[in-house]
Ligand binder design. Sequence first.
Ligand code: GDP
Length: 301
Amino acid sequence: LTAVFDTLSDRLAATFKTLRGKTRLSDADIDATAREIRVALLEADVNLAVVRDFVARVRERAKSAELSGALNPSQQIIKIVDEELVGILGGETRTIRFAKNPPTVIMLAGLQGAGKTTLAGKLARWLKGQGHSPLLVAADLQRPNAVNQLQVVGQRAGVQVFAPEPGNGVGDPVDVAKRSIEEANRRLFDVVVVDTAGRLGIDADLMQQAADIRDAVDPDEVLFVVDAMIGQDAVNTANAFAEGVGFDGVVLTKLDGDARGGAALSIARVTGKPIMFASNGEALTEFDVFHPDRMASRILG
Ligand code: GDP
């Protein structure tokens, strides 16, 4: 699932290996281990502020840890690192909170190419599997092919797509989004997933349009969709969207990539918002709820 974290996994494993067989850890051992962990995280492209805080906590906890009978020192450090990783990844698993009065409105925001449209299909398929009846909404009217792409994705997921009528000009994305809610009420869809336009970079118009759509549909959940392969830009982009639009949760895409994915590991901590879903391929099935504890275990092998 997580090729982007393989190097980090290997580095941490190598670090813990040096502790194996020790019956007690001196402060010097702990400091050396902390330095190794720091390098491993930085090499994986985890955000510097997040790394500093992480390493300081691990060092402090390791030094003050009571020697427990059940765990040897290296297991104890691994346990601390595991718990701290779960912490920076957001702690508890958190997915969509459904509205008491349907439809639950989910809005997708993010840069162009982040994987929003693909994600819309994956999310719709997942929602269907949970017994929901989702309506996908094409409010990305920026790219000429975006509506068509969402229709293709909707067809593959076996869900309905609400789009501006052809021949009606480009249409106004805010108007389309607004009408989609009426449509959902009329035809009893209980979840509405609104795909919005992105740009290649942060841009005031884009933010304004996303904010206008948000105001028009009053979403229950705004999901920020981000490509895990774009490095530290992922953190910068998250901050820009947090300020410009605001969001409730994060979706990491392209975790199947081969770039260093550490920036993605920083997003939950930097924004204070949970990672809800992870996407790891182009197929609609390559998608899952994000579990911080499972991800931490996987990174630690
Ligand atoms: P949008 O502009 O945000 O709507 O992004 P798209 O959904 O059009 O995705 C951009 C490109 O990334 C497309 O070629 C997708 O097939 C691809 N893509 C989306 N999600 C993933 C993923 O998780 N892994 C990989 N490898 N490719 C993805």
